[in-house]
Design a protein around this ligand. Structure first.
Ligand code: FES
Ligand code: FES
Length: 163
């Protein structure tokens, strides 16, 4: 099997991995990088459980080849906590709003929501729904997830205003 060495940045650290050229980014992140927030739900790009940010944009890492990550900057859920391991506001909002039940879909939803919670203007609930339309949850009924994302976006905008 052909292998290739790639260099990329994951959660702020420069990394080098030698991967099978057919390996998915989700396998590389869970395997070589040991990041198990990335979930294998469907493995065909339909559930969003494997969502990570690549150069700031959400992607389904199960249908993204690891070799395409050469030179890219990748952010996973693990990269949202601070150095002491304190979870981020969006993770806390998911807990506070009861948006987590089995939790399998949660990392993917949180990563897919980053473009919304870092937006400079308020996003409507419809815009939030559209942003996470590629993510499936079997437990929560979605409203609580949308509440958590909306709450975090409002909180961040308020914080920016008060600075
Ligand atoms: S596991 Fe990647 S989209 Fe479902
Ligand atoms: S919390 Fe169980 S699948 Fe979403």
């Amino acid at each position: 099997m052909a292998k290739k060495t790639i260099h990329c940045t994951i959660n702020g650290s420069k990394k080098e991995y030698t991967v099978d050229i057919r390996e998915s980014l989700s396998d590389m992140l869970r395997g070589s990088a040991g990041l198990d927030s990335i979930k294998h739900g469907c493995d065909v790009g339909e559930c969003g459980a494997c969502t990570v940010l690549i150069d700031g944009q959400p992607f389904n890492s199960c249908i993204y080849l690891a070799i395409w990550a050469q030179g890219k900057t990748i952010l996973t859920l693990e990269g949202l906590s601070d150095k002491k391991g304190t979870i981020s506001d969006i993770q806390q909002a998911f807990i506070d709003e009861g948006a987590v039940q089995c939790g399998f879909c949660t990392p993917g939803f949180i990563m897919a929501s980053i473009p919304i919670i870092t937006k400079e203007e308020v996003a409507s609930r419809d815009e939030i729904r559209k942003q996470v339309a590629g993510n499936l949850c079997r437990c929560t009924g979605y409203d609580k997830i949308i509440n958590a994302i909306e709450k975090t976006q409002h909180k961040r905008l308020e914080e920016k205003k008060s600075k």
